[in-house]
Design a protein around this ligand. Sequence first.
Ligand SMILES: Nc1ncnc2c1ncn2[C@@H]1O[C@H](COP(=O)(O)OP(=O)(O)OP(=O)(O)O)[C@@H](O)[C@H]1O
Length: 311
Amino acid sequence: MIDIQNLTRIYDGRAAVDDVSLTVEPGQIAALVGTSGSGKTTLLRMINRLVEPSSGRVLIDGQDTREVAPHLLRRRIGYAIQGHGLFPHRTVGQNIATVPRLLGWDQAAIRDRVDELLTLFQMAPDQFRDRMPHELSGGQQQRVGVARALAAKPDLLLMDEPFGALDPVIRAKAQADLRDIQRRLGTTLILVTHDMEEAVTLGDRIAVMDKGRLVQYAPPSEILTAPATPFVRDLIGLDQRPFHLLSLTPAHALAREGHADGPALPREATLRDALAECLWSGRDALPVEGGGVITLAALRAQAAPQARAAE
Ligand SMILES: Nc1ncnc2c1ncn2[C@@H]1O[C@H](COP(=O)(O)OP(=O)(O)OP(=O)(O)O)[C@@H](O)[C@H]1O
């Protein structure tokens, strides 16, 4: 468990992060959102001591991070940033192997791990292992950055806008891959993002920062239906609320017995995808892969907070 207690960082007499406390349970994803300059990156970097707190403390599984040398702490915590930060003169394989090498893994274990991660990120090892970063697309570089952060099987992964530079299609794929991998490995993940949709779809809880302070820390559905302050409501964007709510639920969860014509929706598609498909194909109901149908009326009820509150 990550336990952040009264964490504060002062720069030039002003608090960039101001008395923030929050906990993240093992295997959960916490998404940090907020306007530019609200302190998200500073908060994230205090967890692995890239930035030293002015006051407060961070406990990881009960251990105070101040008791661990920063370089040793950072070998235990995966860290991935926008623009990936790959070493330009090292191959993809060498980049991914960085922390396992520092930890003294043997060669065979390192090679296995590199190949396993490349496969996991759908980059054929024989094709990509020996390439240089400049021989990859931006999306591939980004995936290698995340693979490198995961290489030593950290229990905790910190990500700062890891998908910020990706186009929407690759971004959605990278998010889905990350969620799969995170669930499979049981990694605890703290993610900074500018994108509320990303926070809603990935986060088990969302932390909203405003001027260095934590203004709300709650599951996405609560942030959307009961924003704690006008700032949180504005950040969500009123016009986007129904779509974010629909993004929270996979299609199969709302499928009911019945019959509908036309192509089936994948089980893991979100209700937002279902709504788009209804509108685009002019259908009032869609079959869902594996059985059942979703109706437009059910989608409408699901998108309305008062209907959800009554559940
Ligand atoms: N090294 C530093 N020296 C002085 N001020 C800093 C430093 N790092 C950050 N700040 C200030 O602290 C505040 C919070 O910055 P931070 O980068 O944490 O915000 P952020 O929410 O991550 O912003 P963005 O979304 O734009 O990345 C800003 O006002 C920033 O100017």
